[in-house]
Design a protein around this ligand. Structure first.
Ligand code: HSE
Length: 350
């Protein structure tokens, strides 16, 4: 049976959860999926780096206390040294799950580039490289015959990108609207229930929904990146970040939410794009007071939903979790499964 050696870049909530899945369910998964997974490298800002070609003792890695101990305690280094590890470690696949930088996508974009330049496929949950450098990185992967998958960049493990690319063949997608940020949706719901804004954000952080800096969730920057990814990937647009209008939810107070509820409406942060009659695509993110019978009004908690406007079926909606450690770790697993499927397809066609 094939075993893929993987390197985890970033060992916070998402990659740590993927490692936990491999440690606790690896045998069950390999029986089900037809391939095994072995972690041969980990880098992390606080823990440093560890490369062990024969497979890392994950239990020992889990026991380390970040901020107090480092991988030096397991024979590694206290320095992350990402470029050296990514370029030289013996991994087949790099799982990139460092923080999203919405301005220039770094350092994650470089992580992806270094991996693709050194013959390693990449899966990432990081919106920065995909939204801001997606076309360039996909071309680099294609040229080098490698995989570049990023299902978790939008709606965590809920398969919105693969759904639209693979399961809607022959349909024209003319636009979409969706709830694309779990944190802001959770915060709006809790504020409607009477919690303060700060308490609601704190809860979202504790549950692992929020970005390192929750401003990205609250002010719409996170949705702006996701709308950009969906518009470029699925509507064939060629937008840049500046083309996606952005407004967040920080001006919404408990009073505003209650008033809307009294009028049979619910405030949601909505990301959308539409194809114009001249073929161009307009996109944006803004709060909207939706009537309660609107398809997106009932999407609660950290759930997300995207409704695609198609020519032959009308609206087709995908909904599911949009954030969370396990949900996002599953996205990485689904990316590896997709790469395995593509590899087998190539072998079958050869
Ligand atoms: N912070 C993001 C959210 C995580 O709340 O939706 C998933 O991108």
């Amino acid at each position: 049976m094939t075993t893929y050696d993987i390197a985890l870049i970033g060992f916070g909530g998402v990659n740590r959860t993927l490692a936990e899945l491999i440690a606790t369910r690896g045998d069950e998964l390999s029986l089900k999926l037809g391939f095994g997974l072995r972690v041969v490298a980990i880098t992390d800002l606080r823990l440093g780096s560890l490369v062990q070609a024969g497979g890392i003792d994950l239990a020992a890695a889990f026991r380390l206390d970040p901020g107090v101990e480092t991988f030096a305690a397991c024979g590694g280094s206290a320095e992350p040294d990402n470029e050296h590890v990514i370029r030289t470690c013996p991994a087949d696949i790099i799982c990139e799950a460092t923080f999203t930088n919405p301005t220039d996508g770094e350092p994650a974009a470089s992580h992806v580039r270094w991996a693709l330049e050194s013959g390693k496929s990449v899966c990432t949950t990081n919106k920065g490289p995909v939204a801001l450098h997606g076309a360039e990185l996909a071309e680099l992967a294609r040229r080098n015959g490698l995989g570049f998958e990023f299902e978790g960049a939008v709606m965590s493990g809920t398969p919105v990108l693969r759904f639209a690319k693979q399961l809607l063949p022959g349909l024209a997608l003319n636009g979409f609207e969706g709830i694309l940020n779990g944190t802001s949706n959770y915060v709006l719901g809790r504020m409607e229930e009477g919690l303060s804004f700060d308490e609601s954000v704190r809860e979202a952080q504790q549950r692992g929904y929020a970005e390192a800096d929750p401003t990205a969730d609250i002010e719409g920057y996170d949705v702006q990146l996701k709308v950009l990814i969906l518009a470029n990937e699925l509507l064939g647009a060629d937008l840049t970040l500046a083309d996606v209008q952005r407004q967040g939810i920080s001006a919404l107070t408990h009073q505003v939410l209650s008033r809307a509820a009294g009028q049979g409406r619910r405030w949601k942060l909505v990301g959308s794009a539409r194809r114009n009659p001249d073929g161009t695509v307009s996109a944006g993110v803004a709060p909207a007071a939706l009537p309660l019978d609107h398809g997106l009004a009932g999407v609660s908690g950290a759930n997300n939903a995207v409704s695609f406007n198609t020519d032959l079926l009308g609206p087709v909606t995908v909904s599911g979790p949009g954030a969370g450690r396990v949900e996002t770790a599953y996205a990485l697993l689904s990316d590896i499964i997709a790469m395995h499927g593509a590899r087998n397809q190539v072998a079958t066609n050869a």
